[in-house]
Design a protein around this ligand. Structure first.
Ligand SMILES: *Cc1c(COP(=O)(O)O)cnc(C)c1O
Length: 367
């Protein structure tokens, strides 16, 4: 008997293969003009991505973590300030807060979506709060209407960490277009992924974007290359990555639709004890990850391993319990803490075959 083929957690080959010809042309074009930093592909992608997000401006940066840090810095946030963020996020969200010298204030998430809870944010906001970060985790936007009601009442900016949510919507609003500014990552495995690191900030706030653009390019004056208005840093989106991203952006909606189809197939066939993380009826998720909650993760994982099926946990330790951030664990976050022991991410990528989804489901049904 032949063993069934393994099912990878993520297969970027299936994502990139159909774009091969267009990508070959893009490489050659950049090689031809030789402007590897700040080439025309960067501005073209910035324009296209701002239009996609429904924002006025976009600035490409080196990665998603820098994008978050540059937004917080551009908002003037620093030592003495507090930034409210969910405990259930990738550690980069908290790193960006620390990088500008502010204090992370971790709050709990909603038990259904595992996304930041507006009521918990309202309870955590205080005189030092300088921003609230909404993390659109797993491809689903947080309740930005509920969050904006809180942040507007307190006159505090809402920043979106949209690193896992390119193309997602909430009540018609695109990820990136809901808050004062949003940070995106183009890490290869993200819904819109480069061939290396990349990131972007989008916003309608022209002055904020100009400050970020300047800081990310050595504090350089917008009008004179050799004048440096402020002491900045180097965090730019490479021309080659922008060329790749420009091509992939054209296929993003189709790729996201294939993720949605795969998740629907999972929902139809998963055993009852594998409960997909709930979808807010107002949210249109782009399913960066297919996350289920299971009562006995060790048993599920053992079956997946035996069946040659890839899996992940996003994330096994909530941020406020990481050694790096333990000093900021002001409040318990019981929902995030409990979920961390139950969540399991199943294989998902555009181009995953229906038979691969079926196989994952039948292996889990046999646990
Ligand atoms: C990937 C990710 C980031 C960081 O992006 P990088 O490009 O890897 O720096 C930030 N926040 C979240 C939620 C992410 O998933």
């Amino acid at each position: 008997m032949t063993r069934p083929a393994p099912v990878p957690f993520l297969d970027l080959g299936a994502v990139n293969a159909p774009l091969r010809d267009a990508l070959d042309v893009a490489w050659k074009t950049v090689l031809g003009h030789g402007r590897f930093v700040g080439g025309p592909e960067v501005a073209a992608f910035e324009d296209d991505f701002a239009a996609y997000c429904g924002t006025d401006h976009c600035v490409g940066v080196a990665n998603g973590t820098d994008a978050l840090e540059l937004v917080l810095d551009g908002l003037g946030i620093g030592p003495g300030d507090e930034v409210v963020l969910p405990a259930n996020t990738f550690v980069a969200t908290a790193e960006a807060v620390r990088a500008v010298g502010a204090r992370p204030r971790f709050v709990d998430v909603r038990p259904d979506t595992l996304l930041v809870d507006p009521d918990a944010v309202a309870a955590a906001i205080g005189p030092r709060t300088a921003a609230v970060v909404a993390v659109h985790l797993f491809g689903q936007m947080a309740d930005v209407d509920g969050l904006l009601a809180v942040t507007d009442r307190h006159g505090v900016p809402l920043v979106e960490d949209a690193a896992q949510a390119h193309g997602a919507r909430y009540a018609g609003r695109r990820a990136g277009g809901a808050g004062r500014a949003a940070a995106f990552s183009f890490y290869p495995g993200k819904n819109l992924g480069a061939f290396g690191d990349g990131g972007a900030v989008v916003s309608d706030d022209a002055e904020l974007v100009a400050r970020i653009r300047r800081t990310a390019d050595h504090g350089r004056s917008a009008t004179s290359r050799h004048h440096h208005d402020v002491s900045g840093r180097n965090s730019r989106l490479d021309t080659l990555q922008a060329a790749v991203l420009g091509i992939k952006l054209g296929g993003l909606d189709a790729a996201n639709a294939r993720r949605v189809e795969a998740v629907e197939r999972y929902r139809e066939q998963l055993p009852d004890w594998c409960a997909p993380v709930a979808q807010d009826p107002l949210a249109e998720s782009v399913h960066h990850l297919a996350v289920v909650r299971v009562p006995d993760r060790a048993a599920a994982v053992a079956a997946l391993d035996a069946g040659g099926i890839g899996w992940g946990v996003h994330y096994p330790v909530p941020c406020h319990l990481q050694p790096a951030f333990a000093e900021f664990a002001d409040d318990p976050c019981p929902v995030a803490e409990r979920a961390a022991g139950e969540i399991l991410s199943l294989p998902l990528f555009p181009g995953i075959a229906p038979a691969q989804v079926d196989r994952v489901c039948s292996v889990l049904a046999g646990v």
